[in-house]
Write a protein that binds this ligand. Structure first.
Ligand code: AMP
Ligand code: MG
Length: 409
């Protein structure tokens, strides 16, 4: 039986559309040294000014030859006329000779194949072989990897190690990237104390600050951390005002329900515009969204699991759009369930889950046994969400949609 009043719940898709429609890219371009660009968003598409490689290169240790010099049948014998190591320049190949050559060395003009050293008998400055390599064998032609003038990286991509390596391979020392967006954060709750302090009766340690810090850092944001804020309207208003004057986006945890100790909602109403959503998702029913002057605001629920989940589902898209890389909904992987889910809920559920491989090499997805939104352990145990649509049950063996955490941030 479902006791939840679902009449005014906003669906996940609708909330996401409303939220992301209101956000625009706001980062500005700066040039950064290549080694400082990991995770940054590229501000312009990049074209290569050179061919890579710039000339024909050997892809093997062996001997450069001209296939026109091969014996018509049987063994070919060729004298050696030069030695070309990687990093040196080559002379043109003398007709009727071979050149000793190494991986990454330039292929001499006049040679059209490299024969592997394993296929050759080399004695007294000459080589003998019966292989008949085709023209072009073991040679990387100029532009084999990149042709001059082609786009190698697209504006809006988030730079990964291999992207930075590719930029280096065309000789770039710097890249134009968007500056980091500034995210202000604070955490409400009189029950909260920081790790390191004594845990007196009624108090709990603040964990949301640390989870959010890590999430924002891994997304490449500049963090303005205002720390803990007590449950009073004055303190909440003051923190909200300070955060909003410094940041592009303010993210808070707790205090967005409609209880008398929940002041975030009223603070935003007084300082700017607020939309308070009751979302049709689990975890994370209350979510506040608003604006103070030009600064966007997202008020997450207080429960640690809800913070993690709503950050993935709503804050990540907002940040990615602000950063200039846009947002694509994560691609769900269809995986066989290794669990039963017999309690249908009118809200869409994002269960903490992880993939396992069975002895017979099947991939299955398991869910954490305790899906309570206060059980932070479940997010550590898990590596993704299973998304269960509204009002559905699942039986072991059925396919479900799995969303790896890594796709969000
Ligand atoms: P609230 O949304 O303020 O009603 O908080 C919901 C639940 O989350 C309560 O049990 C709070 O104690 C808990 N909570 C709120 N903020 C934090 C935090 N920063 N770290 C850990 N738990 C929190
Ligand atoms: Mg609270």
């Amino acid at each position: 039986m479902n006791h939840c009043d679902t009449t005014s719940l906003l669906s996940y898709d609708e909330a996401l559309t409303q939220l992301t429609d209101a956000i625009t890219a706001l980062a500005s371009p700066v040039d950064k040294a290549l080694l400082e660009t990991l995770g940054a968003v590229l501000a312009e598409s990049i074209e290569s000014a050179i061919d890579v490689p710039t000339c024909a290169m050997s892809s093997m240790d062996g001997y450069a030859i001209n296939t026109a010099d091969l014996a018509t049948s049987g063994v070919t014998t060729l004298p050696l006329s030069q030695r070309i190591a990687a990093g040196s320049a080559a002379d043109a190949l003398v007709t009727g000779t071979a050149a000793r050559i190494f991986t990454g060395a330039p292929v001499p003009e006049g040679a059209d194949a490299v024969i592997m050293q394993e296929q050759v008998d080399a004695v007294d400055h000459q080589i003998r072989f019966d292989a008949r390599p085709a023209s072009g064998s073991n040679i990387r032609p100029p532009g084999n990897d990149i042709r001059r003038g082609t786009t190698i990286l697209n504006k809006g991509c988030r730079l990964r190690p291999q992207d930075i390596g590719l930029a280096a391979s065309v000789g770039l020392q710097t890249l134009p990237v968007f500056s980091a967006i500034k995210v202000g954060m604070f955490f409400t709750g009189d029950e909260l104390v920081e790790p390191g302090q004594a845990l007196v009766a009624g108090k709990i340690y603040d964990s949301n600050r640390y989870t959010l810090h890590g999430l924002l850092e891994s997304m490449g944001c500049e963090i303005i951390d205002l720390g803990l804020v007590g449950d009073t309207l004055a303190a909440t208003r003051d923190a909200m005002l300070r955060a909003s004057t410094q940041a592009d986006l303010v993210v808070t945890s707790g205090g967005v329900s409609v209880g008398e100790e929940d002041h975030v909602r009223i603070a935003i109403e007084q300082l700017g515009e607020l939309r308070l959503w009751r979302l049709g998702i689990k975890p994370g029913k209350p979510l506040a969204y608003g604006q103070i002057n030009d600064t966007a605001f997202i008020g997450l629920p207080g429960n640690p699991v809800s913070v993690f989940a709503t950050f993935c589902l709503f804050v990540c898209p907002v940040i990615r759009i602000m950063q200039g890389c846009g947002w694509r909904k994560p691609v769900a992987l269809p995986v066989k369930a290794d669990f039963d889910w017999s309690r249908p809920d009118s809200r869409r559920e994002f269960l903490r889950a992880r993939l396992v491989t069975t002895k017979d090499n099947q991939t299955l997805v398991q869910i954490h046994p305790n899906q309570d939104s206060g059980v932070l352990t479940s997010t550590v145990w898990a590596d993704g969400f299973v998304e269960i649509p509204e009002n559905q049950t699942v039986q072991a063996g059925e396919m479900v949609n799995y969303l790896p955490f890594a796709q969000f941030f």
